[in-house]
Design a protein around this ligand. Structure first.
Ligand code: PMP
Ligand code: GLU
Length: 396
């Protein structure tokens, strides 16, 4: 039967983040005392005013297909949000609202990529970029980065990867999985390279923009006006408003890209969910201060994780400045025997933690780094403390 599947499908693998959390959920159902630090999913309720807007939308009769790219007043709200938070000017015709940022990404890739086109992706990267590029029969060109450089690429590295086949560059800042945040200067220097190559589009994934721990708000690469026509700014409400299941993502992009995403979406899904769109208006109209309590909590957890991780021998880590992950290097355990098991690689390490101490994490291999492990701290302090105690007791 499997032979009948399309070669496009055979070309990709299952999402490792989702696979790991499904496995953890299944074990929990069987009665194991699982701590799930695998999925990047905030544990808060969405804000009350957003829930209220959704209930109101049902009462007000928003039960029908919406315009393909989203309600006009939502797209206007997104333009105001881009201007308020990111200093980016977009008009509603440049906005497409989709069923999660995931759909926004695949819309953009399907719009741009032909077979064998090249897409530059700095590693560690978010798990689905790589697979989606392969799904489009294009070729991911990976720029490796290192912990000592805070997992960031240099303009020289970027330039050396560009060929006449390069169509697109994809990155996230704040980054999933490393927590790195590119500074103004770093983005400006990258923008100078892109300016020399106006045929290259840039997909800037800013879904963690509000979850940052430094003094100033993360910068959008689209603010450098020389490259503004090359930039597609991606965002969504999953992380900032703790609304992963509502499935609302959006892009601000040059009109020709927005129109093409609208064309694809019109055939594939018609539009994003109408009630979730109304709720998204309430979410995005609110000032970021309204979610300050969640960000404060994430910062406390990040600091807690930085304290706890020091107690585990044999691992190295960088200080995350945003998102809610830490990405330690665990390669010093490779080839060593721990509790009767010889750990060969990061996949096995993650499995080992799940099977021995019931702590679910994700292997760095999912993100293009075979020496690291991603630990999500989007869980309560008590859960984090318990997880790190188990890890410490197992490894030290
Ligand atoms: N980009 C990054 C970096 C992510 O971590 C996620 C996680 N879900 C997404 C995009 C997709 O988000 P959404 O829930 O809006 O599809
Ligand atoms: N983005 C989250 C993560 O990286 C959710 C899982 C997913 O969408 O793959 O864990």
């Amino acid at each position: 039967m499997k032979d009948r599947l399309s070669y496009r499908l055979k070309n990709i693998s299952y999402s490792q983040t989702i696979a790991m959390s499904s496995k953890a959920r299944a074990m929990k159902k069987k009665g194991y005392d699982i701590i799930n630090l695998s999925l990047g999913e905030p544990d808060f309720l969405p804000p009350d005013f957003v829930l209220h807007a959704a209930k109101q939308a049902m009462d007000d009769g928003y039960h029908y297909y919406t315009p393909v790219s989203g309600y006009l007043d939502l797209r206007e709200t997104i333009c105001e949000k881009f201007s308020r938070d990111n200093r980016l000017k977009y008009t509603p015709s440049q906005i497409v609202v989709s069923t999660g940022a995931k759909q926004s990404i695949i819309n953009v890739l399907l719009s741009l990529l032909n077979k064998d086109d090249e897409v530059i992706i700095p590693a560690p990267y978010w798990v689905s970029y790589y697979q989606m590029v392969k799904f489009c029969e294009a070729y991911p060109v990976i720029i490796p980065t290192h912990m000592k450089n805070d997992f960031k690429i240099t303009p020289e590295q970027l330039e050396s990867c560009i060929t006449e086949r390069t169509k697109l560059f994809i990155f996230s800042t704040p980054c999933n999985p490393t927590g790195s945040v590119y500074s103004y200067e770093e983005l400006k220097n990258l923008s100078k390279i892109f300016k020399k190559h106006p045929q290259i589009m840039i997909l800037s994934d800013e879904i963690y923009e509000h979850i940052y721990y430094g003094k100033s708000h993360p910068i959008s690469i689209g603010i450098f006006h020389e490259i503004y026509p090359q930039v597609i700014t991606l965002n969504g409400i999953s992380k900032a408003f703790s609304m992963t299941g509502w499935r609302i993502g959006y892009i601000g992009a040059p009109e020709w890209i927005a129109q093409s995403c609208d064309k694809i979406q019109g055939q594939m899904t018609s539009c994003a969910n109408s009630i979730a769109q109304r709720a998204a208006i309430a979410a995005l109209k609110s000032h970021p201060k309204s979610i300050g309590y969640m960000i404060k909590e994430f910062k406390k957890r990040r600091n807690l994780v930085l304290d706890l991780i020091q107690e585990i021998h044999g691992i190295q880590w960088n200080k995350p400045h945003g998102s809610f992950y830490i990405f330690p290097n665990i390669s010093s355990f490779f080839g060593k025997e721990i509790h009767g098991v010889i750990i060969q690689n990061a996949n096995q390490f993650a499995e080992f933690l799940l099977e021995k101490i019931y702590v679910a994490t994700v292997s760095g291999s999912a993100f293009g780094d075979h020496e690291c492990l991603r630990i999500s701290y989007a869980s309560s302090e008590a859960t984090i403390i318990e997880a790190f105690m188990r890890i410490k007791n197992l490894l030290n």
